[in-house]
Design a protein around this ligand. Structure first.
Ligand code: ATP
Ligand code: ZN
Length: 474
């Protein structure tokens, strides 16, 4: 099985050959944990989760290490902590910073779990690796690739000849196009911060350059080296990080003599009216907003995977509605069956072609009539099991139309069972519990399993469903 991936650094699809098939290693830039993740932030999570699942399938779950960091050194986290302190919150600033990061990480986990994303093998927090960052910065200074000035340490960009190679731009192009900060402590405007001083009211760590904190870029270089080694297979993130973040990561690590990442992968942006969804533009909604509106995580995942990761995409209501209909049908078809042993080869082929998730989802739909295969495909693609996911039951009740469900059309089936559900509900409304339970038991014997949900009673046919046994019950 050959996996082909588009390597940004080579600007083409390449055959993927891991350094060590016993330990395939991937690093993805994770969130800065200052607030709820917006829907754009979920795109790399879902994309690289799909790649993680493919790699586990091909090389074995035990043979893949996926690291995604939490950036918990950040002025916005500090600002929240300071505001809480000023409002009278108990604890030191460090504790309040920690509290804010913990809180945000908790939200992040809950939200990304709801999207069916597996937790990465390791999720390091930057603050737990300050020692490694300081050591790397010291080595860079020693090698002449960095210099200390006024409590800052800066990376000397022009000391690294290949700077810009990832995005295929020259240093001079980049100066012209970027907002580079000019500062008195910089030799060159392009030089970027490896370490900066902290004032007393900010979190800080002791270092050879005084009390301070690391810059963002060095975090990833240091954590990747520590947890994955000096060379590893895949580095991922959104294409908004390509420059400067990833160029800077490469410069730091290459100047350490590290091989760093072989394949660079970048997801395109989730957009709103042609612009990147982002906190700074204010054109965002959070994953939690959608979940609270009742959009199931599986539906968000499906919509996300419908577009290839290297294409920009929008979230639209139309896509949501369509995805929900399709998925509800697939869940109904896969419910109660055991997954087949293998996963349909066309799904693996599609994913192996630079994550052609669009084709994989289409193939998944073609498997509707082969429930065991369908179920295995849904598992591989990260759609939770029909027994644990329950929204689709009520969804099917609401859907009407020509959808065929095991012979009868869905609307015929709904017409058939509705009077029974209504009768059960009216007994419950009147608190005639014993009768309600007895009635439910009879429905059960006819193969109609009913249960109460916040949106009303739901019925599901079991395999021994026999409509003739319903006759005479009302
Ligand atoms: N609109 C988007 N579409 C796809 N990926 C995005 C989008 N916005 C951010 N990302 C990705 O989300 C991940 C986390 O990024 P980060 O925590 O820096 O985001 P952020 O600073 O909260 O976002 P913003 O860019 O909105 O300020 C990164 O991999 C980044 O590339
Ligand atoms: Zn990074």
């Amino acid at each position: 099985m050959t996996i082909r991936l588009y390597n940004t650094a080579q600007r083409k699809k390449v055959e993927f050959a891991p350094i060590d098939p016993e330990n395939v290693r991937m690093y993805v830039c994770g969130p800065t944990v200052y607030d709820r993740a917006h829907l754009g932030n979920a795109r790399p999570v879902i994309v690289f989760d799909t790649l993680f699942r493919l790699l586990r399938h091909v090389y074995g779950a035990e043979h893949v290490t996926y690291v995604r960091n939490f950036t918990d050194v950040d002025d916005k986290i500090n600002a929240t902590a300071l505001a809480r302190k000023e409002a009278g919150a108990e604890g030191s600033l460090e504790e309040l910073v920690r509290e804010r990061s913990d809180e945000t990480i908790g939200w992040y986990h809950a939200d990304m779990d709801a999207l069916g994303a597996l937790r990465p093998t390791k999720e390091p927090r930057a603050t737990a690796f300050i020692g490694q960052m300081v050591a790397m910065i010291e080595a860079l200074v020693e090698k002449g690739h960095a210099y200390a000035k006024e409590g800052h340490v800066l990376f000397r960009v022009r000391s690294y000849e290949k700077y810009g190679a990832l995005s295929g731009r020259t240093v001079d192009d980049m100066i012209a196009g970027a907002r580079v900060e000019v500062a008195p402590f910089k030799e060159d405007p392009l030089d970027f911060v490896l370490w900066k001083p902290s004032t007393d009211d900010l979190p800080g760590w002791d270092s050879p350059w005084g009390r301070g904190r690391p810059g963002w870029h060095i975090e990833c270089s240091a954590m990747a080296a520590e947890l994955l080694g000096e060379s590893f297979d895949i580095h991922g993130g959104g294409n908004d990080l390509q420059f400067p973040h990833h160029e800077n990561e490469i410069a730091q690590s290459a100047c350490m003599g590290h091989g760093f990442a072989n394949v660079w992968m970048h997801n395109e942006m989730l957009q709103v009216e042609g612009k990147k969804m982002s906190k700074s533009l204010g054109n965002f909604f959070t994953v939690r907003d959608l979940l609270e509106q009742g959009v199931p995580g599986e539906v968000i995942r499906f919509v996300m995977l419908s577009t290839h990761y290297r294409k920009p995409m929008d979230w639209t209501e139309k896509k949501r509605v369509e995805a929900e209909k399709v998925l509800a049908r697939l869940y109904a078809a896969a419910a109660g069956v055991k997954p087949s042993d293998g996963v349909d080869v066309l799904i693996i082929d599609a994913l192996s072609d630079d994550l052609n998730t669009h084709a994989a989802l289409q193939r998944m739909q073609q498997l509707q009539k082969k429930p065991a295969e369908l179920r295995a495909a849904m598992e591989l693609l990260g759609f939770g099991s029909p027994e644990e996911v329950d929204w689709w039951r009520s969804d099917l009740t609401m859907t009407s139309g020509p959808t065929a469900l095991g012979g009868e059309s869905l609307s015929e089936l709904m017409n058939l069972i509705h009077p029974y559900l209504d009768h059960w509900q009216s007994l419950r409304d009147q608190k005639r519990w014993a009768e309600a339970d007895e009635f439910r038991q009879k429905l059960n014997e006819a193969g109609l399993v009913v249960q109460a949900t916040p949106t009303g009673p739901q019925g599901e046919r079991s395999s021994n469903f026999d409509p003739s046994k319903l006759e005479g019950l009302l």
